[in-house]
Design a protein around this ligand. Structure first.
Ligand code: SF4
Length: 156
């Protein structure tokens, strides 16, 4: 069974910094859920951060929260927990929340806490991709579905 990692907030879990979820309702996800493919994880919570928590943004090589605290270690730890989970379940694809300093696939905030997006990847998305896990954001479900079908065909 090819499993798929998904950001827990997209799966409906109230794990975001503000204590809310970002659940998306999509037929593709429902089908994957019915097939028991989805494994949800919030890397920031897995890294030891609380719900709620101060929002954080990537600044250079560090992750700094809005209080000025360096939370890089928790972000890195969460990313490694996500990678371990992928390795444990042979997961080679993930659906991650765009824009997040952990999960952002192609966009993150610019580090100024001004809601300005720039090109870049979250800490978890980057680590997963470096280890061969293909990452998609929540707007790329159709592309992800084709990717999954190709994986399944290769398995046959
Ligand atoms: S770290 Fe990822 S899973 Fe957790 S709340 Fe942020 S975007 Fe969602």
């Amino acid at each position: 069974m090819q499993k798929i990692l998904i950001s827990a907030c997209l799966f409906g879990e109230k794990v975001r910094f503000d204590g809310k979820s970002k659940k998306i309702n999509a037929g593709i996800l429902e089908a994957w859920h019915a097939e028991n493919r989805l494994i949800a994880l919030c890397p920031e919570v897995a890294g030891g951060l609380t719900i709620p928590r101060a929002p954080a943004e990537i600044q250079g090589e560090s992750v700094i929260n809005i209080l000025g605290e360096d939370v890089s270690q928790a972000f890195t730890q969460g990313a490694h927990k996500a990678l371990e989970l992928c390795q444990q379940h042979d997961i080679c694809m993930a659906i991650l929340k765009e824009g997040s300093p952990s999960c952002g696939v192609s966009q993150i905030n610019d580090g100024t806490f001004s809601h300005t997006k720039v090109e870049g990847q979250g800490v978890t998305a980057r680590l997963l991709e470096q280890h061969g896990v293909k990452v998609f954001n929540e707007h790329q479900l159709e592309v992800a579905q084709v990717y999954l079908q190709n994986l399944l065909q290769r398995e046959r």
